[in-house]
Design a protein around this ligand. Structure first.
Ligand code: OAD
Length: 258
């Protein structure tokens, strides 16, 4: 990628009254969190999504699926937000009200980096909820330990609080994401294959509403044709470069975080 392209995007960032950012698993790759669709290293190279990320899969093999989510939860305790998560959080703090962060990730790394009000389209890996509609006997605090834990009275199982394939997204969160996509002057699409809807549709929505759309991804994605500019590189390399240029320069001096 040439410097002129980077400068063009930096200019759009400077001028955009509102910026929306849509992130996917790739933004956490440099923290050591596996993606889903990357060949060999992605989860879906090892597992079938219909087994591990659907209600039917969970009902068929609850212990196997629960243990996989427990494994992912434990793995997250050993990783840290990377330069891309931190750059987004810093930008939002330096430009209050200008950035809406929309993520498909359930890993909580944006929040741990200091981003507030993250629109988590696919839920939160660290949360649990009951699989079936809770009955009066079902209390999360009194579940019987197990893989998965369950209500000792009726057997209702806990499941992870993520959105599985075939399930609707939390509507207010999706609507807030759609609103941001329609309002923004610039959308950055970072580290997503763009294969899962309605999340991926936000990029097209932004473009149709008149926003510039910029992709940050080292490899081709299904959204490349929607973008005005595709920046080929990793999130950890490119987001600090793009976003740090926007620390306001104090009169007569170098920009400083102090
Ligand atoms: P994917 O695994 O489908 O895509 C990850 C993307 O990140 C790919 O396009 C990679 O090229 C890119 N990538 C890899 N390393 C990167 C890096 N260092 N910097 C930037 N990009 C990098 O993940 P998602 O698009 O997030 O949903 O997947 C969407 C949804 O499908 C997930 O939320 C999950 C999954 O199945 C559910 O489980 C419901």
């Amino acid at each position: 990628m040439d410097g002129a392209t980077l400068e063009t995007v930096q200019g759009w960032l400077r001028e955009a009254p509102h910026v929306a950012v849509l992130t996917g698993a790739g933004i956490s790759a440099e923290s050591g969190v596996p993606t889903f669709r990357d060949a060999q290293t992605g989860y879906w190279a090892q597992f079938r999504p219909e087994d591990m990320a659907t209600e039917e899969g969970f009902r068929a093999q609850p212990a196997l699926v629960w243990r996989w989510y427990q494994h992912r939860r434990q793995m997250l305790q050993g990783v840290q937000p990377n330069a891309a998560h931190l750059a987004l959080a810093a930008f939002a703090q330096q430009h209050p009200g200008r950035l809406t962060l929309i993520t498909q990730n359930v890993d909580g790394l944006h929040q741990r980096a200091g981003s507030a009000d993250v629109l988590c389209l696919h839920g939160d890996l660290m949360e649990d909820r009951f699989l079936d509609l809770p009955r009066p006997c079902c209390h999360p605090d009194t579940v019987e330990a197990g893989d998965p834990p369950q209500c000792p009275r009726c057997g209702n199982m806990l499941r992870p609080g993520v959105v599985w394939f075939g399930e609707p997204l939390h509507l207010p969160t999706l609507e807030a994401g759609q609103h941001a996509a329609r309002q923004c002057a610039l959308m950055l699409v970072v580290g997503t294959a763009g294969a899962v809807y309605p999340a991926a549709g936000l990029a097209r929505l932004a473009r149709d509403a008149g926003a510039k759309v910029v992709i940050v991804n080292p490899y081709a994605s299904e959204l490349d044709a929607v973008a005005h500019v595709v920046l080929r590189g990793t999130a950890g390399q490119l987001l600090p470069l793009l976003l740090a240029a926007h620390v306001p320069t104090p009169p007569g001096g170098m920009a400083d975080s102090a």
